[in-house]
Design a protein around this ligand. Sequence first.
Ligand SMILES: [Zn+2]
Length: 235
Amino acid sequence: MRAAQAAELVTDEEWAATPGELALDVGASEDGDPSCLARRVRGRVRILWERREPDTMRTSGALLQAMRDQALPSRLAKIDYIGVGRGACDNAMAEEPGRVVPLQVSEKSTVLQCRACKHEWDVTAIPTDKCPKCGCAETLSPFRSLGDQLWWEARGMFERSEVDIDPADEELAAELLTLTWAPNLKGQTVVEYAKGPSPNRADALMIALAREAAARGSLAPKDWSGYGLKSAVTW
Ligand SMILES: [Zn+2]
């Protein structure tokens, strides 16, 4: 993955003035795994902090402070809603209603493919689990899970030079280099890290780049009616 040209259009002034999106990866601190907070304004993503904090409620408090920081304003915060992240997320949702989006990367991908005609669509844009082209109800996601899909989308953004990460952030660059892509037995794309230290910075980056609709969709994977546009336009 290479850093960008297009995304560098986000100047320092815009970075400071534009309400951004925060992304929190909550680490399992008992294992010494830090939590990591990233901030995104369009294609520009920076890690704000990484902290080893055994009490995830303190991590949640630190997130709330970041959400209220007038020097770096933010529109919303996305948090991984699995395991240790759950309590921190619930707390932040209660304190900042509507501005905290739990993201369940282990949930189903929002992209479906028709088994019959192979048409692909994203249920956050076209909320139906039947093929909008041929009406077939037999579908399969091209991705094992939402997390795999979001990484794939992030990869596309890097390839189109839409992402600007800190060129001095060697840790993040090293974590990204360990990502691998492979099909599983169903032919779905699976994205994995090589064995090693938990890639908190890369996870925070992925959450930061995740589309808000996909993150919100992960909350209600069986009911798409409340998400996206009811549009017949294909994706
Ligand atoms: Zn079809």
